[in-house]
Design a protein around this ligand. Structure first.
Ligand code: HEC
Ligand code: HEC
Length: 337
């Protein structure tokens, strides 16, 4: 009897110890309205490399000076940190430049979601008179005049076409690699209790319990829906963007914008589609009032901001691409007209 009892007890203790050590080696993932960033799908490295070159190549613009990276600077969180962007001939852009980081996780592209995919989006800026001010034909002529590109497109796409379709496919493939995993918040989501301090955790609880997650959810803490800016209290702005209404034509969609990602938000100031909120403190204060009808104390605001700063992930790491040189046949840049 006695030995059997002891035996059972020993078995239980052993099982418990085994469970505990498994628990610490493989901490429990948390079930939260926010998830960690999935790894990008397996992609063709040669295509990604070509897309990276095109992303950095200013010769896709009329001026020969503006590249995708001018307004989506990968050294600055994939944005330009300006209220609204500067386009061709120093023209003032109409809207704030969203980050390209993690944009593959969004349900659609642009503030109003008018492009369904990254590939569809990538054709836009090249031909936009207020951005790169080129035409797709001239961009293709330029690339075709550069043997380095001609060969690389041939290798990657196994064809001689060199079309805008190939250009946008390659850029989109590169953009899909621009994810930022392993933020401190992700480590916490994966079960590491020490990844957040007390204030940051309190900030996340406030963020969750007061309802920010109703809109900022999923792996991107945003990008899952279009929502009204000024849900509880109207938003006052001189910016003329009407948001989703410009796509659907419906009155009800006026000032509905794609909920922006909060990943790396510490790096992507200033905030909102008009860039009118200079700091996270101001943005959080306005979100509380306009979207939730809630006034946070200074201390609560600071805790939410502390939480938001834990969302800065591992930034993309790569060598700057070396771009193949122009030739005598390459159309000359026209920066001043
Ligand atoms: C002159 C500045 C400028 C240049 C150059 C530029 N962009 Fe943008 N980009 C913007 C602005 C501003 C927006 C937001 C426009 C809107 O929503 O109406 C945007 C939006 C985007 C988005 C959507 C992100 C999201 O979450 O909605 C992506 C992706 C993007 N650009 C990629 C590119 C690529 C690729 C290039 C180069 C081919 C490029 N951009 C060139 C300023 C620029
Ligand atoms: C009803 C949906 C909704 C709720 C609730 C909400 N947001 Fe937002 N949030 C948005 C939308 C839409 C925008 C973009 C508004 C714009 O640009 O005009 C935004 C923008 C932001 C931005 C600026 C991001 C950027 O890159 O420009 C921050 C920061 C932010 N929200 C944080 C919060 C916090 C913190 C809470 C809770 C206090 C919250 N949001 C609650 C929908 C919401």
């Amino acid at each position: 009897m006695k030995t059997q009892k002891l035996f059972t007890w020993t078995l239980c203790a052993l099982a418990a110890a085994a469970f505990m050590s498994a628990g610490s080696a493989l901490a429990q993932k948390r079930d939260e309205p926010v998830q960690t960033i999935p790894a990008p799908r397996n992609m063709d490295p040669a295509m990604v490399e070509l897309g990276k070159k095109l992303f950095f190549d200013p010769r896709l613009s009329k001026s020969g000076f503006i590249s995708c990276n001018s307004c989506h600077n990968l050294s600055m969180g994939g944005s330009d940190n300006l209220k609204t962007s500067i386009g061709h001939n120093w023209s003032q852009g109409p809207i704030n430049s969203p980050t390209v980081l993690n944009s593959s996780l969004n349900l659609a592209q642009f503030w109003d979601g008018r492009a369904a995919t990254l590939k569809e989006q990538a054709g836009g800026p090249i031909a936009n008179p207020g951005e790169m001010a080129f035409t797709h034909e001239l961009a293709i002529d330029t690339l075709k005049s550069i043997p380095g590109y001609v060969n690389e497109f041939k290798t990657v796409f196994k064809s001689d076409k060199l079309s805008i379709d190939e250009v946008t496919t390659a850029i989109a493939a590169f953009e899909e690699t621009l994810v930022t995993p392993n933020s401190r918040f992700d480590r916490w989501l994966d079960g590491d209790d020490k990844a957040l301090n007390k204030d940051e955790l309190a900030g996340y609880k406030l963020f969750k319990d007061s309802g920010c997650v109703a809109c900022h959810n999923g792996p991107n803490l945003g990008g899952t829906s279009f929502q009204k800016m000024g849900l509880v209290q109207p938003y006052k702005t001189a910016n003329t963007a009407q948001g989703r209404q410009e796509v659907t034509g419906k009155d009800a969609d006026r000032l509905n914008f794609k909920v922006p990602t909060l990943r790396n938000v510490e790096l992507t100031y200033p905030y909102f589609h008009d860039g009118e909120a200079p700091t996270l403190t101001v943005a959080v204060d306005l979100m509380g009032k306009l979207q939730l009808g809630r006034e946070y104390t200074k201390d609560e605001n600071a805790k939410i901001v502390a939480f938001l700063k834990t969302l800065t992930g591992q930034q993309p790491q790569f060598a700057l691409p070396m771009l193949p040189p122009s030739t005598d046949k390459t159309p000359a840049p026209r920066p001043f007209n």
